[in-house]
Write a protein that binds this ligand. Structure first.
Ligand SMILES: NC(=O)c1ccc[n+]([C@@H]2O[C@H](COP(=O)([O-])OP(=O)(O)OC[C@H]3O[C@@H](n4cnc5c(N)ncnc54)[C@H](O)[C@@H]3O)[C@@H](O)[C@H]2O)c1
Ligand SMILES: O=c1ccn([C@@H]2O[C@H](COP(=O)(O)OP(=O)(O)O[C@H]3O[C@H](CO)[C@H](O)[C@H](O)[C@H]3O)[C@@H](O)[C@H]2O)c(=O)[nH]1
Length: 310
């Protein structure tokens, strides 16, 4: 994100406590500060001294099973730390916030395609911690001179086409990363979690969005807020899904290698299909994807994985 903002001529300050982040992925042209978004004094001082007009809020804890085993970590680091960040924004008169929300706020709705008005019913603390943040933003925007856009990401995938950034968390459990690792022999095999879903080939279907298209959605949200668009929530996906087996085929095609597989039971809480209705994003924020192609997404992820040494 920092590269894309700098490419547009924005000044960028990155605040990250490096809990899971990697500072070498931040553009050297951005100002990097190691610190916590929950540190009210630090954040207020930064907002004031750097004359920040928009906070893009990505920071948080993101592992769903961990949120089930350690919920207080998620309510502390996602909900409470964000409460402090919003307070800092309000006190320092920062007019805009763009927030990384998640399709996990929907839980397991009875429909496979989710629109923003599908009632959110998160089924784990991660989703609840993010939904609470959406509510805090809505209340703060009602009470104060603040507008926000919450972007509900579906399955983020791919890597920067210029090879500058990509998924770097060593133990990430996302399908495309694991499938690339298995193709490259970095893990022994890929587990397919569930082959008996009510989907065309029995495996889970997700709406994978290339990270560069997601970056473009953030830029569109920034522009919209600056021109006075009202606060709101937007799904970020393509509106169609790929199954686990389709993703594996794409990885095999891109790598020219077989992905060693094992069929495993379903993971607890995994829905059969999670697909975004992204009409609102396309219509209201004038966004259109450039990388809506699983082969392009998987090739970018694979190239990035090959550059990593772990
Ligand atoms: N990757 C996905 O598929 C996905 C899907 C939906 C939503 N999201 C959201 O996107 C955002 C980024 O996710 P990611 O996948 O890049 O995860 P990540 O773990 O790579 O990034 C989170 C970043 O936040 C930093 N951080 C965490 N707590 C912090 C704190 N209290 N103060 C300062 N920095 C802190 C970490 O060091 C890290 O750099 C998260 O908010 C996540 O919930 C991601
Ligand atoms: O090794 C693996 C990993 C995943 N899968 C399957 O692949 C699909 C995608 O799984 P991911 O773990 O890549 O992603 P999720 O859909 O579970 O979750 C992601 O999207 C959610 C929103 O929908 C949340 O935002 C969450 O943080 C983010 O990881 C699922 O059907 C899953 O069962 C496998 O078969 N094997």
């Amino acid at each position: 994100m920092s590269y894309a903002l700098l490419d547009r001529g924005e000044e960028v300050v990155v605040l990250d406590n490096l809990m899971t982040g990697v500072s070498s992925l931040v553009s050297p042209d951005a100002e990097f500060i190691e610190g916590d978004i929950g540190d009210l004094a630090l954040v207020r001082a930064l907002l004031r001294s750097r004359k920040i007009d928009t906070i893009m809020h990505f920071a948080g804890s993101v592992v769903v099973p961990e949120s089930v085993s350690d919920p207080m970590k998620y309510y502390a680091n996602n909900t409470a730390a964000t409460r402090s960040l919003i307070e800092a924004a309000v006190r320092e008169d920062v007019p805009h916030i763009v927030f990384s929300s998640t399709a996990a706020v929907y839980g397991m709705p009875p429909v496979p395609v989710m629109a923003e008005d599908t009632p959110p019913r998160p089924i784990n603390p991660y989703g609840r911690s993010k939904l609470m943040t959406e509510w805090m933003l809505a209340d703060a925007a009602t009470a104060h001179n603040l507008s926000y856009i919450a972007l509900r990401y579906f399955n983020v995938a791919g890597a920067d086409p210029l090879g500058r950034t990509g998924q770097s968390t060593p133990n990430a459990t996302h399908l495309i990363k694991r499938a690339c690792q298995a193709a490259l022999g970095r893990v022994s095999h890929l587990d397919i979690y569930g082959t008996d879903f009510d989907t065309p080939d029995g495996t889970g279907v997700r709406d994978y969005i290339h990270v560069t298209d997601l970056v473009e959605a953030h830029l569109a949200a920034l522009d919209a807020l600056r021109r006075g668009t009202e606060s709101g929530i937007y799904n970020c996906g393509y509106g169609h899904g790929m199954s686990v087996r389709q993703v594996i085929s794409a990885v095999e095609k891109a790598s020219g290698r077989r992905v060693p597989l094992r069929e495993a039971p379903r993971r607890a809480g995994d829905p059969a299909m999670v697909i975004a209705d992204a009409t609102k994003l396309r219509r209201n924020l004038d966004w259109s994807p450039r990388y809506d192609d699983i082969d392009v997404i998987v090739s970018a992820a694979l190239r990035w994985e090959q550059r990593l040494n772990h």
